[in-house]
Design a protein around this ligand. Structure first.
Ligand SMILES: [Zn+2]
Ligand SMILES: [Zn+2]
Length: 389
């Protein structure tokens, strides 16, 4: 506290300056160092607070006299507020001071800062509704194409009877008598060091600034009731299991006309009967008979958009991976799309009729039926790597 600058120096006025001169000097400082004009500038903020504190003392005849006699000790270092910084004047105290120096209505200050002080100095608190969570189950097709879901949700909705005000009718709403509509109460206590001032949310109106004399009978004054709402949710293509989407303002309504909460949508992916998702690719396990694998054929495979044909070359080996380009899942918020990968499995018959057995017995020693794996054939893992990385 001893390092505190002289209040007259802070405002740049002489010790014998008149009340009018002090006021003028502070006004200049307040405009120069106003936080709206110096966003994020800590030095400006400190100067702003320092000037406010100096003015707080020098504009008050009694405090000024004590300060003139005893210096900072005479005004207890902290003249207002609870502590910290430059004597602990908080921004709210400073802004509330402006009414005195700039006057209300048409002040140069308001035109300069666009009336920002009004919202700053007000202790009004707006209630927020709670978030609502729902689970949405989607098929792979819906995920691939995006989906519009209309979902009925049970939640707190704005009371229609009172339009969310909680009041019986218009005449039963009045300005809060405790706080005069500001939503905040100021408490002044006298201590040895001078007056201490604290500001807190008004307990009567909970910060709304309004008082209700007769409550709405439908919602008992809450402004919200339990209800049902059908919400249309647009789910973008490419979402995945466990992903959360949020719709702002679609959660529970807030009491007394506050801001509604958000709707949090948890995505659950339903398994597809034949396709498996692997990132943005889908994988299909195709089973090919020994004969088809040896002779080649045109296989029909399921895709997200229906059936597709794919050519199986004569002599196709088990484990071969084939690709249908662009038949996978779109990347979320992008034009990129994954592929469908077809994993070829050669089907070995599990049971044979005597005729079939006879034919195969004949082929047993046929040279082309002897396995002849090439040295350079890729292993299963090499192939997987190639396709999925
Ligand atoms: Zn109501
Ligand atoms: Zn109040």
């Amino acid at each position: 506290m001893s390092s505190k600058r002289d209040f007259y120096d802070v405002l740049g006025v002489a010790k014998n300056a008149s009340a009018e001169e002090i006021k003028k000097a502070y006004r200049k400082m307040a405009i120069k160092y106003h936080p709206d004009k110096n966003p994020g500038d800590k030095q400006a903020e400190d100067n702003f607070k320092e000037a406010a504190e100096a003015y707080e003392i020098l504009s008050n005849a009694e405090k000024k006299q004590r300060y003139d006699h005893y210096g900072h000790a005479g005004v207890g270092g902290a003249s207002a507020g609870g502590g910290g910084g430059h004597g602990g004047m908080n921004m709210e105290d400073i802004f509330s001071q402006f009414g005195d120096i700039f006057g209300n209505g048409g002040s140069p200050f308001e035109s300069f800062f666009g009336g920002g002080q009004q919202s700053r100095s007000s202790g009004r608190r707006v209630a927020k509704g709670s978030n609502l969570r729902i689970k949405v189950k989607l098929t792979l097709e819906e995920i691939a194409n995006g989906a519009e879901k209309k979902i009925k949700v049970n939640k707190q909705i704005v009371c229609k009877t009172c339009d969310g005000s909680g009041a019986k009718d218009r005449s039963s709403v009045s300005t809060c008598k405790t706080c005069g509509g500001s939503g905040a109460v100021r408490r002044v206590t006298n201590t040895i060091l001078g007056q201490m001032q604290t500001t807190s949310t008004c307990p009567t109106c909970n910060g709304s600034g309004q008082q209700i004399t007769a409550k709405c009978t439908a919602c008992h004054g809450d402004g919200t009731v339990r209800g049902e709402e059908t919400i249309t949710i647009n789910i973008p293509a490419g979402v995945s299991d466990g992903m959360q989407l949020s719709m702002s303002g679609k959660g529970n309504a807030a009491p007394n006309g506050g801001i509604p909460g958000d709707l949090i949508i948890l995505i659950e992916e339903l398994p597809h009967e034949s396709l498996k998702r692997e990132g943005n690719n889908v994988v299909y396990d195709l089973h090919v008979s020994i004969v088809d694998a040896a002779l080649g054929y045109s296989a029909e495979v399921p895709t997200i958009d229906g059936k597709a044909k794919i050519k199986i070359e004569p002599g196709t080996q088990s484990g071969k991976l084939l690709r249908l380009k662009g038949k996978g899942i779109p990347e979320i918020n992008s034009y990129q799309r994954g592929d469908e990968i077809i994993h070829v499995n050669i089907w070995t018959p599990k049971a044979l009729s005597p005729e079939e057995r006879a034919i195969l017995e004949k082929l047993r020693d046929s040279p082309n039926f002897k396995p002849q794996p090439g040295k350079n054939d890729k292993s299963f893992f090499e192939k997987m790597k190639e396709y999925f990385e």
